[in-house]
Unconditional design. Structure first.
Length: 188
């Protein structure tokens, strides 16, 4: 028989992982898969799905939770995703805002946008604050966590260098609707 105290983390973490999977799936279904898979948001939501899905499975089996190295790192990465999106990309006062393009998203694309940039960051933060057993995080964890953003920046710079000058989205994450001749945003 399942106890309610065990069921809460299983269900909550499962829902967060599902939100990440659904958001990534929608973006892949409606966009160019290679382009969608080139975004930090997508990479990070995949990590959220894996780590919190594994955490839910471990809680269900009454096994120890995923190591704080992974839980803390994924939390940091998804918070970066949410904060950059809301404070920079969706902020009307930011020179990098893409609000007009995002406002044109409808249906499944609008749902995916909210799942990837709002629901999973908020859910991961709530999970960490409310459901994660306190453990010791070590200073060396912070150094290890920097490897992931550094790997992404390296990937983005190499990808941009390999694409021909003038290629849409060479170094930018702005929706293709800002490019001449396109009518609908393809924001992942």
């Amino acid at each position: 028989m399942t106890t309610p105290s065990r069921l809460v983390p299983v269900v909550f973490r499962g829902l967060i992982a599902a939100a990440a999977v659904v958001g990534v799936g929608i973006d892949c279904a409606y966009g160019s898969v290679p382009v969608v898979l080139s975004y930090f948001t997508i990479w990070t939501n995949v990590l959220v799905a894996v780590v919190l899905g594994l955490s839910a499975a471990r809680a269900w089996r009454r096994r120890p939770d995923v190591a704080p190295l992974y839980r803390g790192g994924v939390l940091l990465f998804i918070l970066i995703t949410g904060l950059v999106f809301h404070l920079v990309l969706a902020n009307p006062s930011s020179p990098f805002n893409v609000v007009a393009d995002l406002d044109r998203l409808t249906g499944a694309r609008a749902v995916a946008n909210q799942l990837l940039h709002t629901a999973t960051p908020a859910g991961a933060l709530l999970d960490f604050l409310l459901l994660t057993t306190p453990r010791t995080l070590r200073p060396r964890h912070a150094a290890l966590w920097l490897a992931y953003p550094l790997a992404y920046v390296t990937f983005a710079l190499l990808r941009g260098a390999l694409l021909a000058p003038g290629t849409a989205r060479r170094y930018t994450c702005t929706p293709s609707s800002t490019q001449p001749g396109t009518a609908t945003p393809t924001w992942p």
